[in-house]
Each structure stands twice: as C-alpha cells, then as structure tokens.
Design a protein around this ligand. Structure first.
Ligand code: GLN
Length: 228
C-alpha cells in the first residue's frame, strides 16, 4: 500500500517520516497523474493560500476533487483541513480555491497568528478507543484553524475549549464554548493540529485503518460484481 502526501509546500516530509514509523511508504504527489498510483492521500499543514496557488499552477484541483469524490481516503492536517472544507472564513480567505467535500465551515486562523501557536493535551475518545494508549493526545497547533460548524454526516473526533485570547477574531465561538479540532466524514479525516510533528503515531494508524477498510470494501464489491 502506498499513501500519497501532497508535496507542494509545508510539512510533507514529516508526514512521510511518520508513515514510515507505522510501516507504510509515503509517496510525494506534485502532479495530477501521480494520484493514480496511490490509494489514499494526506494533505499536510503549511500555508493554505500558497498551497492553493501551487495546486492551481500544477492543475491539481480537478484531480484532487475527483480523488475525494471517488471515496478514496484523504486526511487534511491544518492547512490540509482548510483545503478539504466546503467553506473557509477568516483573514485573507477571499477567493482562495478549496478542494471541498468536508461538510464544515472552518476559520483559517481561529487560534490566532504564529506567536499564538501552542501545544495542548486534547481528549481523543474515539482514537484512544480504536488505537489504545492514553485518552489524550499532545496537539501541536500552529496558526491553527478551528471548525465552527459541521454538517449532520460529520463525526466530531476532538474539540477543545475556545480560548478567550481569540476574542477579537470574527466568528469567535466565545470562551465558554468549544471549538472542533478533529473530524471524520466517511473517507475524509481532518485535524486542525499536526500529529506528524509528534512521536505519537495513533492518528496515522487510525488513518491507515480507514485506508484498509476502504480497500477491503472495494475488493468485496468487485468480487460481488464479478459473481453476478
Ligand atoms: N492557518 C494556516 C493557513 O491558513 C494553516 C496553518 C498550518 O497549516 N499550520 O494556511
């Protein structure tokens, strides 16, 4: 099994290293045709407007949207989450192209700018139930986005109290509220933080289980149709 990692900009090398730690080969993806050789894709963190410009330059958007529509597993971390969202708001979002598919509204810089980056222990009940280990995960939040709204098919995997320091940002959820930082919707996984920058590989293992489930479903539907 090979997992593609969009390698236009951002932390793609770190994802490839994390995949190696869980025994899987990560393949750098820079051109649309390269997507045909992988069964799943990770879109790393970085800077979503720069990444969007590069994706446009390489004519990647149609192939990326097709990949999502085909039901192939795709995991977006941070800028990757923004890329997958149906709607992004917040500073300098105007006109930025998105892949879409993930039924949510994301605030691009919900947790503030670079100097407001932080690490926090976040509860991860679903991941801990499936992957074992401690009930929380060290989340690395770098100019992190927050998920403000999700559609009915979106499963919330992690949320955190919305910090009061972002009170000046538009659409702030407010200090007493929670903001969503990890979700799953069918073949799509998205995290506002950077699991590839920690030694804890449980999110990568969780994603690989999604990949295995999808390929099992695909092969059983092929064998069903060949029996018809
Ligand atoms: N907020 C950043 C953006 O808009 C994402 C930051 C990240 O990926 N670490 O692209």
């Amino acid at each position: 099994m090979a997992v593609g990692v969009l390698a236009l900009q951002g932390s793609f090398n770190e994802h490839i290293a994390a995949l190696k730690r869980v025994g899987v080969k990560g393949v750098q993806i820079r051109k649309p045709e390269q997507l045909q050789s992988v069964s799943a894709l990770i879109i790393p963190g970085g800077e979503s407007t720069t990444m969007a410009k590069l994706a446009e330059y390489h004519n990647l958007f149609p192939a990326l949207r097709e990949f999502v529509k085909m039901g192939k597993p795709v995991w977006g971390t941070c800028a990757g989450l923004i890329f997958l969202a149906e709607k992004a708001i917040g500073q300098k979002t105007g006109g930025q192209e998105l892949i879409g598919g993930l039924d949510c509204t994301v605030h691009r810089n919900f947790f503030g700018s670079q100097i407001q980056s932080f690490e926090a222990e976040i509860p991860i009940p679903e991941i801990a139930a499936k992957e074992g280990g401690p009930p929380s995960f060290r989340g690395v939040f770098i100019r992190a986005p927050g998920i403000l709204e999700v559609g009915p098919e979106v499963q919330v995997l992690a949320d955190v109290p919305a910090p009061s320091t972002v009170g000046s940002l538009e659409d702030n959820a407010g200090p007493e509220k929670k903001v969503i930082v990890a979700v799953r919707q069918g073949n799509l996984l998205a995290t506002a933080f950077h699991p590839e920058l920690t030694a804890d590989t449980r999110w990568h293992s969780y994603f690989l289980k999604m990949v295995n489930e999808t390929s099992e479903e695909a092969s059983s539907s092929t064998s069903l149709s060949s029996e018809e």
